[in-house]
Write a protein that binds this ligand. Sequence first.
Ligand code: ADP
Ligand code: MG
Length: 452
Amino acid sequence: MVCRQLQQQIDPRDFRSWIVRLQVVSDQDGRVGLGAPNAFSRDWIRENLFDDICALWQQFDPEKRQLCLTVLCLNTETINARVEDPTGAPTGPQANAAPAIALGASFEKYRFDNFVVGPSNEVAWAMAKAAARGPQARFNPLFIHGSYGLGKTHLLRAIAHQARLHAPTRRVSYLTAEDFVQNFVSALRGSQSAEFKKKVRSLDLLLIDDIHFLAGKAATQEEFVHTLCSLIESGAQVVLSADRSPGEIASFDDRLRSHLNGGLVCRIAPAGFELRRDILSNRIAEMADEFDGLDVPNPVLDFLAAKVSTSPRELLGALNMILSGTIMLGRPITLDAAQDILSDIVRATRVKVSVADIQKGTASWFGLSKEDLLSRRKTRNIVRPRQIAMYLAKQLTSSSLPMIGQRFDGRDHTTVIHAVKTINRLIDDDPLFANEVEGLRRSLTKLHSHNE
Ligand code: ADP
Ligand code: MG
């Protein structure tokens, strides 16, 4: 029922890419777990659709159970599915699928021909195209970095898609760094690590997305360095992405860092106005198939491109909101309507909260002084708020983990990682706690949008 309602409410492509792959995995203690196939889709759903799903669920579930999102446990079958058999025969649950489509439908969505190129991303784009071409690696590894939402995943998936299309026999694997860790850990547990290593190392093209996730994971980094070396030696192309440059990823093993710097490092910078405008036009042209004769007036596009400057991800999200608030309801897309719909999100994207604001706001929310919050005291009523403040600093600012640690009286980044994990877990486990953190988060962001 919830699923059917959702299908009517959201973009059919989103529905196909994300919702149909969700599974109800557990139903205990009055909570229902939804399992996503991987961390990437879990994060996407959490960011884009989870609120809607929860609201619908509450509407239809007589027991009003809580929903939580998890990643489906990977077993060895999934490893086989992700990292294909070196003989080229797909194994595991996708045994019947032809290799060319084994990458999954979401790869169809991210292609070179729908990646719009501008001055901020043309180097990364050109290098990505060269990496897709093969067969010999040109620069190894290719390391693409840039902040959230600027198109890294799009490029990596486009490489995988293109390589598969043009050389179906090339052994290609795309993994998020989180997948890599999970595959690696479960292979170790199941004592299949030799097999896992062999599979990974016999690839022709390996793409690992969001490699900053390996920060602080020494054992996996070690394994990763070995994998990297052996792939480079065998002439396979490795492509990596991260939200920071190799030098900025603290706690990266020096050897790993020097390998990364030894390849080709390129950055995707934030898109300028022209590129943002082109990305919008391009998306609208793509959507014209679905919405017959879709036409968005230029002033609306100019307005959107001018106002939503954070990243293409937010820009396209804003476009979706405008379309769902107008043509989907049978209303014309006017500048007035667009301004109305966007006033909320535009305000939200302009909100800038600093680590200092967060510390101050969190301390007062819990009735502590800022000194208490930053102190070394370990009593629970101080530790928890301190962890919440670190968690919010990670969520609401662009500060890196080491930078946040610095601002909390010179603590180590691992303390911040621990805090973020702890708070994430508590939020997942305890709705009241989640509510509290959400209340604080709102008060912090509201405070600052009023100040403008
Ligand atoms: P990242 O992985 O860097 O966080 P993504 O690759 O997920 O970012 O991009 C976020 C969204 O923006 C995706 O829907 C992607 O297709 C879109 N996008 C980003 N850059 C471009 C671009 N240059 N052209 C077209 N779409 C883009
Ligand atoms: Mg990404």
